[in-house]
Ligand binder design. Structure first.
Ligand SMILES: Nc1ncnc2c1ncn2[C@@H]1O[C@H](COP(=O)(O)OP(=O)(O)OP(=O)(O)O)[C@@H](O)[C@H]1O
Length: 537
């Protein structure tokens, strides 16, 4: 352990991008600052971050991300200089800041060129585990892709992204990471709920980390504009750098990489469904080519289960509602397929359409697998889909809490699995048990578990089942009310609640007395149910 810590960076002059960023191999536009509305044949634009001016200070940092990804000793975060690096006022040695040009389908419509309008990739850091991470600032000022916007992120939304991305990581959801967050006294105007009610808010910057920030939209823009040679160059680059198991000499490599990205994206959405995570803005520019959760705008972890839960108040039609996410991801994957089509021969295009036809079934099975694990079943048997469906129906009809129901089910002792048990502190199951079909469902569930157990080792099976269920059903998720409270305080420069929330979310599956004392696993306060999720970022 001591050996590990001695390898950590103790001085920011040691924070170096040790090799020239590999993205230099792709077409880069070097004309810097001008707004670029519709340019062609480039992937990145060189542009320097425009740092925040007034009283920049650290809000919070992720020890795990800084230690394990950036090799940084946490002591560094106590230095004034640290905030200067995070705000973009100082750049690490070897940085080559760029903004990425991408496009995207938003709400089902092709929007054309978008691009990093408020983010700068600084470079690539190779850490002591020999992993390569792209280091990015978000909220670091105007870029050629800012369009009519201001290049900034407000503290409110930066807090949401920081907590959610770190929480998702510890919940086992593939995700981009956030290393640190700084705020300043600089302000920008925002329409928080898109109601026309403008508010002045503090500007912040996030230090974000991902092996790559490429999105579906990175390929779509090239394909839509007919920039096929650059498209081919980029897809080959992505294969070489991020999918080394696929050979560049393989003539089917484009199909293979598409299939891999498609399946990773569907595996990701299955994880979201299993944790009640609603992304809120599943546009193709927010779909990572590596299958990571990216862009935590108006996300939400559902409280009372409702498949129609919408985490985005500007999504009037519920396009991105919780239960619609799998279909939306399949639709987005369809857009990715269209983007790679110009690289395929006619017979490969037929192969592509065959793959597309399998995706609905694939994701349905993945989601079922996820929920079977949540109720402690290892292999699907006939009728299991109905067992899960019935449970979700009862949850929806009773308004039982998503996270707490599964956790409390995991905590049930075998002898408690009878209809008339006193559910005592299992508040969510208590609510569920008011459903007229609860007793019947519990009997079926008990029978199903008995079938799985080898009669001679029932005790061992039960212990193992509970252990498995406890490891996939968290006690804590960052609920909207917790974020709301942390944000209110953070806006007044009090970061205690925020840091506490980050700390709790490092161990979401473990009971933590301090979190219990704050009601983190109790029924959310009444006001939480009426709370809207803030939108504009
Ligand atoms: N305040 C802003 N200034 C400049 N560009 C912006 C601003 N807000 C959004 N954009 C741009 O609008 C597009 C859509 O915004 P969206 O909120 O999906 O992304 P984001 O949160 O800025 O970025 P990311 O997806 O990298 O997290 C992006 O291209 C984004 O850069």
């Amino acid at each position: 352990m001591e050996g590990e810590s001695t390898k950590l960076i103790k001085n920011l002059t040691e924070w170096r991008f040790s090799q020239y960023p590999k993205y230099i191999l792709l077409p880069i536009d070097e004309t810097h600052e001008d707004v670029k509305t519709n340019i062609k044949n480039i992937i990145y634009s060189e542009v320097t971050p425009r740092h925040l001016e007034g009283n920049v200070r650290l809000v919070c940092a992720s020890e795990d991300a800084l230690n394990n990804i950036l090799d940084m000793d946490m002591e560094l975060t106590t230095r004034e200089e640290f905030a200067e690096f995070i705000s973009g006022a100082k750049l690490p040695y070897g940085a080559l800041p760029v903004a990425h040009r991408y496009g995207g389908h938003q709400y089902g419509l092709w929007l054309g060129q978008l691009g990093d309008g408020r983010a700068h990739i600084l470079g690539e850091y190779v850490n002591r585990h020999n992993e390569r991470w792209q280091v990015q600032l978000k909220g670091s000022g105007l870029t050629p892709y800012s369009r009519v916007y201001d290049g900034r992120v407000v503290l409110r939304s930066a807090v949401r992204e920081m907590v959610a991305s770190e929480a998702c990581y510890f919940l086992g959801i593939p995700t981009t990471r956030t290393g640190a967050l700084v705020v300043s006294d600089d302000t920008v105007m925002r329409d928080v709920y898109y109601t026309g009610d403008l508010r002045r808010e503090k500007a912040a910057v996030l230090l974000r980390l991902a092996p790559s920030w490429f999105r579906f939209g990175s390929l779509e823009i090239l394909s839509e504009n007919g920039e096929v040679p650059v498209l081919k160059q980029l897809v080959d680059f992505i294969i070489k750098e991020y999918f080394p198991e696929i050979q560049l000499s393989d003539e089917n490599r484009f199909i293979r990489v598409f299939s891999e990205i498609a399946h990773r994206s569907l595996d990701l959405v299955a994880k979201w469904q299993g944790l009640g995570f609603t992304h809120g803005l599943l546009n193709t520019d927010n779909m990572s080519l590596l299958g990571l959760t990216m862009d935590y705008g108006p996300f939400g972890f559902v409280d009372s289960y409702d498949g129609g839960f919408i985490a985005n108040s500007s999504d009037g039609e519920g396009r991105y509602a919780l239960s619609k996410q799998p279909d939306v991801v399949v639709w987005n994957v369809g857009q990715l397929a269209d983007a790679v089509k110009p690289l395929l021969s006619p017979s490969q295009q037929i192969h592509l359409s065959h793959i597309l036809k399998t995706l609905d079934t694939y994701v349905k099975n993945k989601i079922l697998e996820t929920f079977l694990m949540k109720i402690g079943l290892r292999e699907e048997k006939w009728g299991d889909d109905q067992l899960v469906e019935k449970l979700l129906d009862m949850m929806q009809q009773t308004g039982a809490d998503f996270t707490a129901t599964f956790r409390q089910l995991a905590e049930l002792e075998p002898n408690e699995m009878v209809n008339d048990i006193k559910l005592k502190d299992k508040w969510s199951l208590k609510r569920l048990s008011m459903h007229v079909s609860w007793g019947c469902w519990l009997d079926q569930y008990r029978e199903r578990l008995d079938k799985e157990a080898d009669a001679s080792s029932l005790g061992v099976f039960e212990d193992e089942r509970r252990r498995r269920m406890l490891s996939v059903n968290p006690i804590y998720v960052p609920r909207n009310w917790m974020l709301h409270e942390a944000i209110l305080d953070a806006e007044c420069d009090d970061f205690v609640k925020l840091n506490f929330l980050l700390e709790v979310m490092k161990r979401p599956f473990d009971n933590q007395p301090e979190a219990e004392a704050k009601g983190f696993s109790a029924q959310p306060p009444h006001w939480a149910y009426a709370l809207k999720i803030s939108c504009s970022t």
